[in-house]
Write a protein that binds this ligand. Structure first.
Ligand SMILES: [Fe+2]
Length: 345
């Protein structure tokens, strides 16, 4: 349903205030062909109302002819910033970048963040943003989970469906995504609400069963029949099952890249305002699936790159897979039991 401008502007003011935007700071709003016009206008008004100097930087889209999916997260190739020194300079000179374009992880984004510029991605449609306006409580919940991940040496994931995965930890940092950017050089995504890390390079092993009802992204579909991934030395070495497995296998094969099969980020959802069921209510073109990534108690894992965590793996293929009804433990202590987040206080 449509959203009125006034509450949407107020929501942006809340996010910008949580992001510690101050009068006189420079906000650059990154836009492209798919930017939602209401999100752009309401973000602009909110930033101006807080006294910021607001720019808009509109960049032409890339990768459309290479990607099999129209989803902006489906293909991690070059970005509109690749080799674009003028745009990079403008973003580095900004205090805050509102990414309404989907810049994605890239060397240029790292470079910009390192200068202290904050970047907040917000590309879901207005009604999804409004349902999941981030709060300080979101941050508290997510950073508490990330603190447990940060000191753990192993994440183990099991399910009645047959998942039994072991991931040694310690090489990569724990990351909190809670929906606003309150520290210099921070990247975040509104909406979100999950904690994650990456397995040590080459270390993940075991079996992942993507059960009926679990979700594939960017396919943005519920799996019809179980898919079994056999994981050895950090890679999914076999994809077995019925039609759902064949569709996943064919899509991944299109990238012709062995690095696509690496186990990438691992973690769990902590956002009670995100729902497993919303994907079935939306047109695939209307969302990037953040409800699926963030719903409370999922085990979210990914196949693809680890360069966003400081690793060396780059690949254009990036698949996010939230599983229901898993038990996630850190060093033998359950954090999520059968899809329910346990109170760690
Ligand atoms: Fe991902």
């Amino acid at each position: 349903m449509a959203i009125s401008d006034y509450p949407f502007i107020e929501a942006w003011r809340q996010v910008l205030t949580l992001s510690r935007l101050e009068a006189g700071q420079t906000v650059t709003i990154l836009t492209s062909a798919s930017t939602h016009p209401q999100t752009l206008s309401c973000a602009t008004i909110a930033a101006q109302s807080l006294g910021a100097i607001v720019n808009r930087l509109d960049l032409p889209p890339v990768n459309g002819e290479k990607a099999l999916s129209r989803d902006a997260l489906a293909y991690l190739g070059t970005t509109p910033l690749t080799g674009n020194h003028a745009a990079i300079a403008a973003l580095k000179a900004s205090d805050l970048v509102l990414d309404l374009m989907t810049l994605l992880f890239s060397p240029e984004q790292h470079e910009i963040l390192q200068t202290g510029t904050k970047i907040l991605l917000a590309v879901e449609p207005p009604e999804v943003l409004m349902r999941m306006v981030p709060t300080q409580e979101d941050k508290t919940r997510v950073t508490a989970a990330a603190a447990h991940i940060q000191v753990a040496r192993e994440m183990r994931v099991r399910s009645a469906a047959g998942t039994d995965l072991r991931c040694p930890l310690g090489e990569f940092p724990a990351i909190s995504e809670y929906g606003f950017v309150d520290e210099p050089g921070r990247w975040d995504h509104w909406p979100s609400g999950f904690a994650l890390t990456w397995p040590n390079e080459g270390g993940a092993s075991g079996r992942i069963v993507i059960d009926r009802g679990d979700i594939l992204l960017p396919q943005k579909c519920y799996v019809d029949d179980p898919i079994t991934l056999t994981v050895e030395n950090g890679y999914a070495v076999r994809i077995e099952g019925g039609l759902s497995a064949s569709l996943l296998d064919d899509y991944m094969a299109s990238f012709d890249d062995p690095e696509a099969y690496a186990i990438s980020h691992i973690g769990w959802g902590l956002q009670p305002r995100a729902r497993w069921s919303t994907l079935g209510l939306y047109d695939r073109e209307a969302t990037i699936g953040m409800d699926a990534r963030a719903f409370e108690g999922n085990f979210l894992f990914s196949l693809g790159p680890n360069n966003e965590a400081g690793g060396s793996r780059t690949t254009a293929c990036h698949i996010d897979i939230p599983l229901r009804r898993c038990t996630v433990s850190l060093d033998g202590r359950d954090m999520v039991a059968d899809g329910k987040v346990l109170d760690q206080a």
